[in-house]
Design a protein around this ligand. Structure first.
Ligand code: UDP
Ligand code: MG
Length: 320
C-alpha cells in the first residue's frame, strides 16, 4: 500500500525552461523539510521551448513529479484547474513556475493549515521587478473587484495559495469555463487566512501575462462575480429618462415662447451621438455576458490532455 499524499503542489508551465530546474530544486528542498509525502504536478500549458521534454525527464527521475501535458495552450487558470483535478494531497498549493512566489512561504502556509485554516492565501506585501504600469493596473483592478462584487476577494492576492482537500473538492465541482480561481476560492467560504510575503522578480524570461491577457482575466473576474455592469444600463436609462421628463416641457415652452436657444442641429447631433454611444456600450456589455453563456452552453471540456500522470507510471501499478 502506498502512503497517502499529504501535500500537492501545482505549477502551471508555459515556456519556463530556464526556471524549471531551479523551481524543482527549491521545491524539493522546502518540501523535504516537512518530512511528509508530497507530489508536484507540473501542468505544461502548450509550451514550445522544450519545457515539456524537461518535465518528462524529471518525471522519469523522480516519481513525485506528476506531469499533465496539454494538447495546446489553454491559459494559466485552466492549467491550474487541471492540476486541481489531478491532485491527490490533503493540502493543495498553487504556485507560479517563475519563482515569483518563493516556495519557502509554503512552510508558513503549512503551519496555518495545521492550525485548521482551510484556505491560506499569500498576500503580496511588496512586489519586486514589475513595471509601475503592472503594479498600478493590478492594484486598481483588485480594488474595483472588491467594490463591485459580493465575494470579498482579499486585496493584493494572486493564485499563490494553499487549500484544504475539502475546498479543492468544492472547487473541482465548479466547472465554469471562464475561471477566476482566486475569486472562486474566496466564494466557497471555509476558514480563510492570509500570510504576507514579498513577491520576487521573475527569475528568468518574460511575463506570460501581457496587458491583453490581464484585461481578459479582469473581465472574467467582473462578469463571473458581478451583475453591476448589466445594472449600469438600467441606472443610465433611469437617469436619461429623468432628464427627458424635466427637459421636454422646458424645451417645448421655450420653443413656443420664441426662444432661439435650441436653434440648429447641434443639440440634436450631440444627443444622438451621446445616446448612440451609451446604447452601444450597453449592448457590448450584454454581449460579454451572452458570449460567456454561449461558452458554458456548448459544454466543451475545459482542457485537453495529451499526456496525463498515469502515462508516466513505469511499473505495473496503474491503480492510482
Ligand atoms: N502560464 C500558463 N499559461 C499561460 C500563461 C502563463 O501556464 O498561458 C503560467 C506561467 O508559466 C507561470 C504562471 O502561469 O508559471 C504565471 O504567469 P506569469 O509569471 O507570466 O504572470 P505574471 O506573474 O507576470 O502575472
Ligand atoms: Mg510571474
Amino acid at each position: 500500500m502506498e502512503k497517502p499524499i499529504i501535500f500537492t503542489l501545482i505549477a502551471p508551465i508555459f515556456n519556463e525552461i530556464e526556471n524549471l530546474p531551479i523551481l524543482y530544486e527549491r521545491i524539493k528542498n522546502v518540501m523535504d523539510q516537512t518530512g511528509d509525502t508530497w507530489e508536484l504536478i507540473l501542468v505544461d500549458d502548450g509550451s514550445s521551448d522544450g519545457s515539456s521534454d524537461f518535465i518528462r525527464e524529471l518525471a522519469g527521475k523522480d516519481e513525485r513529479i506528476r506531469p499533465v501535458i496539454f494538447a495546446r495552450n489553454f491559459g494559466h487558470q485552466i492549467a491550474v484547474t487541471a492540476g486541481l483535478d489531478y491532485s491527490r494531497g490533503e493540502s493543495v498549493t498553487i504556485i507560479d513556475a517563475d519563482l515569483q512566489d518563493p516556495p519557502e512561504v509554503i512552510l508558513d502556509m503549512i503551519e496555518k493549515w495545521r492550525e485548521g485554516y482551510q484556505v491560506i492565501y499569500a498576500v503580496r506585501s511588496e512586489r519586486e521587478g514589475e513595471t509601475w504600469f503592472k503594479t498600478f493596473t493590478a492594484s486598481l483592478f483588485y480594488r474595483l473587484i472588491y467594490r463591485i462584487t459580493e465575494v470579498k476577494i482579499p486585496l493584493d492576492t494572486g493564485d499563490f495559495r494553499m487549500m484544504d482537500r475539502k475546498v479543492v473538492n468544492v472547487m473541482n465541482s465548479m466547472r465554469e469555463h471562464h475561471r477566476f480561481l482566486r475569486g472562486m476560492s474566496a466564494w466557497v467560504g471555509f476558514k480563510q487566512i492570509g500570510v504576507n510575503y514579498k513577491r520576487a522578480a521573475r527569475l528568468s524570461g518574460e511575463t506570460k501575462y501581457p496587458f491583453k491577457k490581464m484585461f481578459k482575466l479582469a473581465l472574467t473576474a467582473i462578469t463571473g462575480f458581478s451583475f453591476v455592469p448589466l445594472q449600469m444600463a438600467t441606472y443610465l436609462g433611469f437617469f436619461a429618462a429623468a432628464i427627458a421628463v424635466i427637459a421636454i416641457p422646458i424645451v417645448v415652452i421655450m420653443r413656443f415662447t420664441g426662444s432661439q436657444s435650441f436653434f440648429g442641429q447641434a443639440t440634436t447631433l450631440i444627443a444622438v451621438l451621446f445616446f448612440g454611444g451609451v446604447q452601444l456600450i450597453s449592448l457590448g456589455i450584454l454581449g460579454e455576458y451572452i458570449g460567456r453563456i454561449y461558452d458554458e452552453v456548448k459544454g466543451r471540456p475545459l482542457y485537453i490532455v495529451s499526456e496525463s500522470p498515469n502515462d508516466f507510471i513505469t511499473n505495473t501499478d496503474r491503480s492510482t
